[in-house]
Design a protein around this ligand. Structure first.
Ligand SMILES: Nc1ncnc2c1ncn2[C@@H]1O[C@H](COP(=O)(O)OP(=O)(O)O)[C@@H](O)[C@H]1O
Ligand SMILES: [Mg+2]
Length: 236
C-alpha cells in the first residue's frame, strides 16, 4: 500500500506545485488523472524519489520512504516509467531490459516482455536505445523495462502517449494481468477511459491538490458525466 501524507512541493522560486496531497491506495491499480499542469507528473516524481517533497511523508507498506533517494527506493521495489522516455546511447534494448530485470534473458523471454507493449522482439532486441527509435517505440521500450522489474510498486506516467491503438490495447491487457497477480501494485497516470475503466481506485489531481478520490465505481461515472469538466477522460 502506498500512502501520501500531506505532501507539499514548493520550488526554490517559491511557486507551490503540490499543495497538501494525501491519499492511500487500497487496490492493486490506482489511476491518477486530471488536467494538464495539475501536478500528476510531480506526484509521480515525488513517489519515485526523482524529487523530494518540501514537507509531508510517503509510506510504502507502512514504511516511511520519504528520506530515501531514487536508488534506495528502486532497491526496495519502486519502479517509474517517465512521461518522456529516457534514451541511453550505447545500450541496446536487450541490455536495458536485462539490467531492469536483473537477469540474462533468452529471446523467448525478451519476446514476451516486448510483446506486452506491442513490439516484436526480433526487430528490436539489438537496436540501440538512441534517437533512431521513434518516440512511441522508445516509450514502449521504457514501459517494458519497468514491466521487467516486476517491482512492488510500478508507476507509469501517461503510458498511452505516442502509442498506437493496437499497442495500447495490448498494454491495457498487460495492466489487467498485473492487476490479477498476487504481488505488485500499479499507479498509472492516464487520461484514457480504457485505463480508468480497469482501475480499482481513481484520484483526480488539479492545482496540486486531490479533487476527488475513491473507488472506480464511484468516481468514473462522475468523470464520464462531465460533472468535473477539468478531468474528462479521452476515448480512443
Ligand atoms: N521542475 C519544475 N520547475 C518549474 N515548474 C515545474 C517543475 N515541475 C513541474 N512544474 C510545474 O508544475 C505544474 C504541474 O506540472 P506536472 O506535475 O508536470 O503536471 P501534469 O503532469 O499534471 O501535467 C506545471 O505548472 C508545471 O509547469
Ligand atoms: Mg504529466
Amino acid at each position: 500500500m502506498l500512502e501520501l501524507k500531506d505532501l507539499y512541493w514548493t520550488l526554490n522560486d517559491g511557486s507551490s506545485i503540490i499543495n497538501g496531497v494525501s491519499f492511500q491506495t487500497h487496490g492493486k491499480l490506482t489511476v491518477i488523472t486530471g488536467p494538464n499542469g495539475g501536478g500528476k507528473t510531480s506526484i509521480a516524481k515525488l513517489i519515485s524519489g526523482v524529487e523530494k517533497p518540501t514537507s509531508g511523508e510517503i509510506l510504502l507498506d507502512g514504511e516511511d520512504i520519504t528520506a530515501l533517494d531514487i536508488t534506495e527506493r528502486a532497491k526496495i521495489g519502486v519502479a517509474y516509467a517517465f512521461q518522456q522516455p529516457v534514451r541511453f546511447k550505447g545500450l541496446t534494448v536487450r541490455d536495458l531490459i536485462e539490467l531492469a530485470s536483473g537477469n540474462t534473458l533468452n529471446t523467448a523471454e525478451l519476446c514476451d516482455l516486448l510483446g506486452k507493449v506491442g513490439l516484436c522482439a526480433e526487430e528490436y532486441i539489438d537496436r540501440e536505445m538512441n534517437t533512431s527509435l521513434s518516440g512511441g517505440e522508445a516509450k514502449r521500450i521504457e514501459i517494458a523495462t519497468v514491466l521487467a522489474r516486476n517491482a512492488k510498486l510500478s508507476v507509469f506516467d501517461e503510458p498511452e502517449a505516442g502509442i498506437d491503438l493496437w499497442s495500447f490495447s495490448r498494454l491495457v491487457q498487460t495492466f489487467e494481468e498485473i492487476r490479477s497477480r498476487a504481488d505488485g501494485s500499479l499507479v498509472v497516470i492516464s487520461h484514457q477511459e480504457r485505463i480508468l475503466s480497469i482501475a480499482d481506485e481513481i484520484i483526480v489531481i488539479a492545482d496540486g491538490k486531490v479533487r476527488i478520490a475513491g473507488e472506480r465505481e464511484e468516481v468514473l461515472p462522475k468523470l464520464l458525466s462531465g460533472e468535473y469538466t477539468c478531468a474528462c477522460p479521452k476515448r480512443y
